[in-house]
Design a binder for this molecule. Structure first.
Ligand SMILES: NC(=O)C1=CN([C@@H]2O[C@H](COP(=O)(O)OP(=O)(O)OC[C@H]3O[C@@H](n4cnc5c(N)ncnc54)[C@H](OP(=O)(O)O)[C@@H]3O)[C@@H](O)[C@H]2O)C=CC1
Ligand SMILES: O=C(CO)COP(=O)(O)O
Length: 333
Protein backbone atom coordinates (compact mmCIF):
# COMPACT_ATOMS: atom_id res chain seq x y z
CA UNK A 1 0.00 0.00 0.00
CA UNK A 2 1.18 3.53 -0.75
CA UNK A 3 2.17 5.54 2.32
CA UNK A 4 2.20 9.28 2.84
CA UNK A 5 4.78 10.44 5.36
CA UNK A 6 4.26 14.18 5.09
CA UNK A 7 0.80 15.71 4.98
CA UNK A 8 0.26 19.31 3.90
CA UNK A 9 -2.89 20.91 5.30
CA UNK A 10 -4.05 23.97 3.41
CA UNK A 11 -6.12 26.24 5.64
CA UNK A 12 -5.47 26.95 9.31
CA UNK A 13 -9.04 27.43 10.49
CA UNK A 14 -10.87 25.13 12.90
CA UNK A 15 -11.05 22.09 10.65
CA UNK A 16 -7.60 22.44 9.08
CA UNK A 17 -6.00 22.72 12.52
CA UNK A 18 -7.95 19.73 13.82
CA UNK A 19 -6.91 17.65 10.80
CA UNK A 20 -3.28 18.70 11.27
CA UNK A 21 -3.51 17.30 14.81
CA UNK A 22 -4.99 14.09 13.40
CA UNK A 23 -2.14 13.77 10.89
CA UNK A 24 0.40 14.26 13.64
CA UNK A 25 -1.35 11.74 15.92
CA UNK A 26 -1.30 9.31 13.00
CA UNK A 27 2.50 9.55 13.06
CA UNK A 28 2.87 11.78 9.98
CA UNK A 29 4.74 15.03 9.62
CA UNK A 30 1.97 17.64 9.54
CA UNK A 31 2.67 20.91 7.71
CA UNK A 32 -0.15 23.38 8.31
CA UNK A 33 -0.39 26.31 5.90
CA UNK A 34 -2.31 29.41 6.94
CA UNK A 35 -2.40 32.90 5.53
CA UNK A 36 -2.57 34.50 8.98
CA UNK A 37 0.99 34.87 10.29
CA UNK A 38 -0.17 35.32 13.87
CA UNK A 39 -2.04 31.99 13.87
CA UNK A 40 0.90 30.21 12.28
CA UNK A 41 3.28 31.69 14.84
CA UNK A 42 0.99 30.56 17.64
CA UNK A 43 0.89 27.01 16.28
CA UNK A 44 4.69 26.95 15.97
CA UNK A 45 5.10 28.27 19.50
CA UNK A 46 2.99 25.39 20.81
CA UNK A 47 0.12 27.68 21.74
CA UNK A 48 -2.50 26.10 19.48
CA UNK A 49 -4.97 28.10 17.41
CA UNK A 50 -6.70 30.48 19.85
CA UNK A 51 -8.65 32.16 17.03
CA UNK A 52 -10.43 29.08 15.78
CA UNK A 53 -9.96 26.45 18.50
CA UNK A 54 -9.80 28.49 21.69
CA UNK A 55 -8.86 26.65 24.86
CA UNK A 56 -7.69 23.50 23.09
CA UNK A 57 -4.00 22.70 23.66
CA UNK A 58 -2.05 21.28 20.71
CA UNK A 59 -0.01 18.50 22.29
CA UNK A 60 1.24 16.95 19.05
CA UNK A 61 3.91 18.57 16.85
CA UNK A 62 2.63 20.57 13.87
CA UNK A 63 4.82 22.64 11.61
CA UNK A 64 3.00 25.86 10.71
CA UNK A 65 3.95 27.88 7.65
CA UNK A 66 2.78 30.86 5.63
CA UNK A 67 4.82 29.59 2.67
CA UNK A 68 2.39 27.71 0.43
CA UNK A 69 5.19 25.93 -1.44
CA UNK A 70 6.37 24.30 1.80
CA UNK A 71 3.00 22.65 2.43
CA UNK A 72 2.39 21.98 -1.27
CA UNK A 73 5.48 19.77 -1.50
CA UNK A 74 4.02 17.21 0.95
CA UNK A 75 3.18 13.64 -0.14
CA UNK A 76 -0.53 14.21 0.46
CA UNK A 77 -2.55 17.43 0.61
CA UNK A 78 -5.72 18.20 2.58
CA UNK A 79 -7.60 21.24 1.28
CA UNK A 80 -9.48 22.84 4.15
CA UNK A 81 -10.46 26.39 3.20
CA UNK A 82 -14.16 27.29 2.72
CA UNK A 83 -15.86 25.99 -0.42
CA UNK A 84 -16.11 29.36 -2.17
CA UNK A 85 -12.34 29.91 -1.85
CA UNK A 86 -11.31 26.55 -3.29
CA UNK A 87 -10.77 27.67 -6.90
CA UNK A 88 -8.51 30.58 -5.92
CA UNK A 89 -6.48 28.39 -3.57
CA UNK A 90 -6.09 25.75 -6.29
CA UNK A 91 -4.85 28.38 -8.73
CA UNK A 92 -2.15 29.34 -6.23
CA UNK A 93 -1.28 25.68 -5.76
CA UNK A 94 -1.20 24.85 -9.48
CA UNK A 95 2.52 25.57 -10.10
CA UNK A 96 3.56 24.06 -6.76
CA UNK A 97 1.96 20.60 -6.74
CA UNK A 98 3.77 17.61 -8.22
CA UNK A 99 1.94 15.42 -10.73
CA UNK A 100 0.13 12.51 -9.08
CA UNK A 101 -0.15 14.14 -5.64
CA UNK A 102 -3.33 13.00 -3.89
CA UNK A 103 -5.49 15.96 -2.88
CA UNK A 104 -8.22 15.44 -0.28
CA UNK A 105 -11.13 17.89 -0.43
CA UNK A 106 -12.38 18.68 3.06
CA UNK A 107 -14.72 21.64 2.45
CA UNK A 108 -18.45 20.89 2.46
CA UNK A 109 -20.05 22.99 -0.24
CA UNK A 110 -20.74 23.62 -3.92
CA UNK A 111 -19.19 26.46 -5.92
CA UNK A 112 -21.68 29.32 -6.19
CA UNK A 113 -20.58 30.78 -9.52
CA UNK A 114 -20.58 27.46 -11.43
CA UNK A 115 -22.64 24.94 -9.43
CA UNK A 116 -19.64 22.62 -9.51
CA UNK A 117 -18.81 20.12 -6.79
CA UNK A 118 -15.42 20.55 -5.13
CA UNK A 119 -14.00 17.58 -7.06
CA UNK A 120 -15.11 19.15 -10.34
CA UNK A 121 -13.33 22.39 -9.44
CA UNK A 122 -10.24 20.37 -8.54
CA UNK A 123 -10.16 18.58 -11.89
CA UNK A 124 -10.43 21.91 -13.71
CA UNK A 125 -7.77 23.76 -11.74
CA UNK A 126 -5.31 21.07 -10.66
CA UNK A 127 -5.59 18.28 -13.23
CA UNK A 128 -2.29 16.73 -12.09
CA UNK A 129 -3.84 15.86 -8.69
CA UNK A 130 -5.48 12.57 -7.71
CA UNK A 131 -8.86 13.60 -6.20
CA UNK A 132 -10.29 12.41 -2.90
CA UNK A 133 -12.65 13.80 -0.26
CA UNK A 134 -12.92 13.54 3.51
CA UNK A 135 -16.36 13.98 5.05
CA UNK A 136 -18.56 12.69 7.86
CA UNK A 137 -19.81 13.61 11.32
CA UNK A 138 -16.86 15.43 12.87
CA UNK A 139 -16.81 18.71 14.73
CA UNK A 140 -13.36 20.25 14.63
CA UNK A 141 -13.35 20.88 18.37
CA UNK A 142 -14.26 17.23 19.12
CA UNK A 143 -11.53 15.97 16.80
CA UNK A 144 -8.96 18.43 18.14
CA UNK A 145 -9.75 17.32 21.69
CA UNK A 146 -9.11 13.73 20.65
CA UNK A 147 -12.71 12.54 21.10
CA UNK A 148 -13.58 9.38 19.11
CA UNK A 149 -14.62 10.20 15.54
CA UNK A 150 -15.29 8.22 12.35
CA UNK A 151 -15.24 9.73 8.86
CA UNK A 152 -15.40 8.64 5.23
CA UNK A 153 -12.50 9.08 2.83
CA UNK A 154 -13.61 8.67 -0.75
CA UNK A 155 -11.79 8.42 -4.04
CA UNK A 156 -12.82 6.81 -7.29
CA UNK A 157 -9.48 5.03 -6.94
CA UNK A 158 -10.27 2.60 -4.11
CA UNK A 159 -6.60 1.77 -3.45
CA UNK A 160 -5.91 5.47 -2.98
CA UNK A 161 -8.85 5.85 -0.57
CA UNK A 162 -7.48 2.88 1.43
CA UNK A 163 -3.99 4.39 1.51
CA UNK A 164 -5.22 7.82 2.64
CA UNK A 165 -7.41 6.22 5.32
CA UNK A 166 -4.42 4.23 6.52
CA UNK A 167 -2.20 7.32 6.64
CA UNK A 168 -4.72 9.36 8.65
CA UNK A 169 -5.91 6.68 11.01
CA UNK A 170 -5.18 7.46 14.68
CA UNK A 171 -6.40 5.94 17.95
CA UNK A 172 -9.44 8.25 18.16
CA UNK A 173 -9.85 8.91 14.44
CA UNK A 174 -11.25 6.09 12.34
CA UNK A 175 -11.55 6.69 8.59
CA UNK A 176 -13.60 4.38 6.38
CA UNK A 177 -12.54 4.19 2.74
CA UNK A 178 -15.12 4.53 -0.05
CA UNK A 179 -15.20 4.94 -3.80
CA UNK A 180 -18.39 7.01 -4.28
CA UNK A 181 -16.73 10.42 -4.30
CA UNK A 182 -19.76 12.28 -5.65
CA UNK A 183 -22.14 10.73 -3.11
CA UNK A 184 -19.82 11.69 -0.25
CA UNK A 185 -19.51 15.26 -1.51
CA UNK A 186 -23.25 15.72 -1.98
CA UNK A 187 -24.13 14.40 1.48
CA UNK A 188 -21.58 16.72 3.11
CA UNK A 189 -22.68 19.81 1.22
CA UNK A 190 -26.46 19.43 1.41
CA UNK A 191 -26.74 18.45 5.07
CA UNK A 192 -25.70 22.01 5.92
CA UNK A 193 -28.84 23.35 4.21
CA UNK A 194 -31.06 21.10 6.30
CA UNK A 195 -29.15 22.06 9.44
CA UNK A 196 -30.17 25.66 8.84
CA UNK A 197 -33.78 24.58 8.38
CA UNK A 198 -33.75 22.34 11.46
CA UNK A 199 -32.10 25.10 13.48
CA UNK A 200 -34.78 27.56 12.40
CA UNK A 201 -37.52 25.16 13.51
CA UNK A 202 -35.73 24.70 16.85
CA UNK A 203 -35.18 28.44 17.29
CA UNK A 204 -38.88 29.10 16.70
CA UNK A 205 -39.77 26.35 19.20
CA UNK A 206 -41.94 24.47 16.73
CA UNK A 207 -41.22 21.17 18.43
CA UNK A 208 -39.03 18.11 17.97
CA UNK A 209 -41.70 16.45 15.79
CA UNK A 210 -41.39 19.25 13.26
CA UNK A 211 -37.61 19.05 13.36
CA UNK A 212 -37.67 15.29 12.72
CA UNK A 213 -40.13 15.71 9.86
CA UNK A 214 -37.95 18.36 8.25
CA UNK A 215 -34.82 16.24 8.58
CA UNK A 216 -36.48 13.08 7.20
CA UNK A 217 -38.17 14.82 4.26
CA UNK A 218 -35.03 16.89 3.65
CA UNK A 219 -33.01 13.70 3.57
CA UNK A 220 -35.35 12.46 0.83
CA UNK A 221 -34.38 15.61 -1.12
CA UNK A 222 -30.66 14.92 -0.66
CA UNK A 223 -31.12 11.34 -1.86
CA UNK A 224 -33.12 12.54 -4.89
CA UNK A 225 -30.39 15.01 -5.81
CA UNK A 226 -27.63 12.44 -5.25
CA UNK A 227 -29.43 9.79 -7.32
CA UNK A 228 -29.64 12.21 -10.23
CA UNK A 229 -25.87 12.72 -9.99
CA UNK A 230 -25.21 8.99 -10.10
CA UNK A 231 -24.35 8.58 -6.41
CA UNK A 232 -24.92 5.26 -4.70
CA UNK A 233 -27.90 5.06 -2.34
CA UNK A 234 -25.84 3.32 0.37
CA UNK A 235 -23.40 6.21 0.50
CA UNK A 236 -26.17 8.51 1.67
CA UNK A 237 -27.02 6.06 4.46
CA UNK A 238 -23.44 6.17 5.75
CA UNK A 239 -21.24 8.46 7.81
CA UNK A 240 -21.00 11.22 5.20
CA UNK A 241 -24.77 11.23 4.60
CA UNK A 242 -27.10 10.24 7.40
CA UNK A 243 -24.30 10.33 9.99
CA UNK A 244 -23.36 13.94 9.32
CA UNK A 245 -27.00 14.94 8.86
CA UNK A 246 -27.83 13.63 12.35
CA UNK A 247 -24.88 15.42 13.91
CA UNK A 248 -25.31 18.75 12.21
CA UNK A 249 -29.08 18.92 12.59
CA UNK A 250 -29.03 18.23 16.31
CA UNK A 251 -26.19 20.13 17.87
CA UNK A 252 -25.66 23.77 18.75
CA UNK A 253 -21.97 23.09 18.12
CA UNK A 254 -22.89 23.22 14.42
CA UNK A 255 -22.48 26.68 12.93
CA UNK A 256 -25.20 25.94 10.38
CA UNK A 257 -27.66 24.76 13.01
CA UNK A 258 -26.78 27.77 15.19
CA UNK A 259 -27.30 30.06 12.19
CA UNK A 260 -30.75 28.50 11.74
CA UNK A 261 -31.56 28.95 15.41
CA UNK A 262 -30.79 32.65 15.00
CA UNK A 263 -33.29 32.82 12.13
CA UNK A 264 -35.91 30.94 14.14
CA UNK A 265 -35.46 33.29 17.07
CA UNK A 266 -36.23 36.18 14.77
CA UNK A 267 -32.80 37.61 13.96
CA UNK A 268 -32.57 39.29 10.56
CA UNK A 269 -30.73 37.01 8.14
CA UNK A 270 -28.78 39.99 6.83
CA UNK A 271 -27.50 40.65 10.35
CA UNK A 272 -26.51 37.01 10.84
CA UNK A 273 -24.71 36.98 7.49
CA UNK A 274 -23.06 40.34 8.11
CA UNK A 275 -21.39 38.90 11.19
CA UNK A 276 -19.44 36.86 8.64
CA UNK A 277 -18.12 34.45 11.22
CA UNK A 278 -18.60 31.74 12.20
CA UNK A 279 -18.80 30.18 8.79
CA UNK A 280 -22.22 28.75 7.81
CA UNK A 281 -21.52 27.03 4.48
CA UNK A 282 -25.19 26.02 4.13
CA UNK A 283 -26.29 29.62 3.60
CA UNK A 284 -24.48 29.63 0.27
CA UNK A 285 -25.16 25.97 -0.54
CA UNK A 286 -28.92 26.50 -0.14
CA UNK A 287 -28.93 29.01 -3.00
CA UNK A 288 -26.81 26.86 -5.29
CA UNK A 289 -28.71 23.66 -4.53
CA UNK A 290 -32.04 25.43 -5.14
CA UNK A 291 -30.79 26.72 -8.50
CA UNK A 292 -29.40 23.33 -9.53
CA UNK A 293 -32.59 21.56 -8.46
CA UNK A 294 -34.71 23.95 -10.53
CA UNK A 295 -32.44 23.58 -13.55
CA UNK A 296 -32.51 19.78 -13.31
CA UNK A 297 -36.21 19.59 -12.30
CA UNK A 298 -35.50 17.86 -8.98
CA UNK A 299 -38.25 18.37 -6.40
CA UNK A 300 -36.57 19.98 -3.36
CA UNK A 301 -39.20 22.05 -1.53
CA UNK A 302 -37.34 22.27 1.80
CA UNK A 303 -34.16 23.42 0.09
CA UNK A 304 -36.30 25.96 -1.80
CA UNK A 305 -37.70 27.51 1.37
CA UNK A 306 -34.34 27.54 3.15
CA UNK A 307 -32.88 29.38 0.15
CA UNK A 308 -35.70 31.95 0.16
CA UNK A 309 -35.34 32.46 3.90
CA UNK A 310 -31.60 33.01 3.52
CA UNK A 311 -32.31 35.51 0.76
CA UNK A 312 -34.63 37.32 3.17
CA UNK A 313 -37.61 36.80 0.85
CA UNK A 314 -39.63 34.39 2.99
CA UNK A 315 -40.56 34.35 6.65
CA UNK A 316 -40.28 31.13 8.62
CA UNK A 317 -44.01 30.94 9.39
CA UNK A 318 -44.88 31.37 5.71
CA UNK A 319 -42.30 28.72 4.81
CA UNK A 320 -43.85 26.21 7.21
CA UNK A 321 -47.32 26.95 5.88
CA UNK A 322 -46.13 26.48 2.32
CA UNK A 323 -44.55 23.10 3.14
CA UNK A 324 -47.56 21.88 5.11
CA UNK A 325 -50.02 22.84 2.38
CA UNK A 326 -48.24 21.00 -0.42
CA UNK A 327 -50.46 18.47 -2.15
CA UNK A 328 -50.49 15.13 -0.33
CA UNK A 329 -48.30 12.49 -1.87
CA UNK A 330 -46.90 9.01 -1.36
CA UNK A 331 -43.97 8.99 1.03
CA UNK A 332 -41.43 7.21 -1.17
CA UNK A 333 -38.56 9.54 -2.07
N1 LIG B 1 -15.30 23.14 11.62
C1 LIG B 1 -15.74 21.91 11.46
O1 LIG B 1 -16.15 21.28 12.44
C2 LIG B 1 -15.76 21.27 10.13
C3 LIG B 1 -15.63 22.01 8.97
N2 LIG B 1 -15.71 21.40 7.75
C4 LIG B 1 -15.60 22.17 6.52
O2 LIG B 1 -14.28 22.66 6.38
C5 LIG B 1 -14.29 23.89 5.65
C6 LIG B 1 -13.49 24.92 6.43
O3 LIG B 1 -14.16 25.09 7.66
P1 LIG B 1 -13.47 25.60 8.98
O4 LIG B 1 -12.04 25.27 9.05
O5 LIG B 1 -14.33 25.15 10.09
O6 LIG B 1 -13.64 27.17 8.77
P2 LIG B 1 -13.01 28.33 9.63
O7 LIG B 1 -13.89 29.51 9.45
O8 LIG B 1 -12.71 27.84 11.00
O9 LIG B 1 -11.59 28.60 8.94
C7 LIG B 1 -11.48 28.95 7.58
C8 LIG B 1 -9.99 29.03 7.25
O10 LIG B 1 -9.86 29.27 5.85
C9 LIG B 1 -9.03 30.41 5.67
N3 LIG B 1 -9.40 31.11 4.46
C10 LIG B 1 -10.57 31.74 4.20
N4 LIG B 1 -10.55 32.26 2.97
C11 LIG B 1 -9.34 31.94 2.44
C12 LIG B 1 -8.72 32.19 1.19
N5 LIG B 1 -9.33 32.87 0.23
N6 LIG B 1 -7.48 31.71 0.99
C13 LIG B 1 -6.86 31.03 1.95
N7 LIG B 1 -7.38 30.76 3.15
C14 LIG B 1 -8.62 31.20 3.39
C15 LIG B 1 -9.25 31.26 6.90
O11 LIG B 1 -8.16 32.14 7.03
P3 LIG B 1 -8.30 33.54 7.82
O12 LIG B 1 -8.44 33.17 9.25
O13 LIG B 1 -7.05 34.24 7.48
O14 LIG B 1 -9.56 34.21 7.28
C16 LIG B 1 -9.30 30.19 7.97
O15 LIG B 1 -8.00 29.78 8.32
C17 LIG B 1 -15.77 24.27 5.47
O16 LIG B 1 -16.17 23.92 4.18
C18 LIG B 1 -16.49 23.41 6.49
O17 LIG B 1 -17.79 23.06 6.08
C19 LIG B 1 -15.87 20.06 7.65
C20 LIG B 1 -15.97 19.28 8.76
C21 LIG B 1 -15.93 19.82 10.09
O1 LIG C 1 -19.53 19.53 9.12
C1 LIG C 1 -19.53 19.64 10.31
C2 LIG C 1 -19.62 18.48 11.22
O2 LIG C 1 -19.50 17.27 10.54
C3 LIG C 1 -19.45 20.99 10.92
O3 LIG C 1 -20.69 21.56 10.84
P1 LIG C 1 -20.86 23.14 10.86
O4 LIG C 1 -20.08 23.67 9.68
O5 LIG C 1 -22.32 23.39 10.77
O6 LIG C 1 -20.28 23.62 12.15
Amino acid sequence: METFDTIGIIGAGAWGSALALVASRAGRKAILWGRDAETVASVNAGNGNPRYLPGIPFKEPISGTIDLSEAASADLLLLVTPAQTLRAVLRDLQPLVASGTPVVLCAKGIERSTGRLMSEVLVEELPQARPAALSGPSFASDVARGLPTAVTIASADGALADAIADSLSAPAFRPYAATDLVGVEIGGALKNVLAIGAGAVAGARLGKSAEAALIARGFAEIRRFARRRGAEAETLMGLSGLGDLMLTCSSVQSRNYAFGIGIGEGAAVADLLARGRPLAEGAMTALIARDLARREAIDMPITEVVAEIVEGRLRLDAAIERLMRRPLKREEA
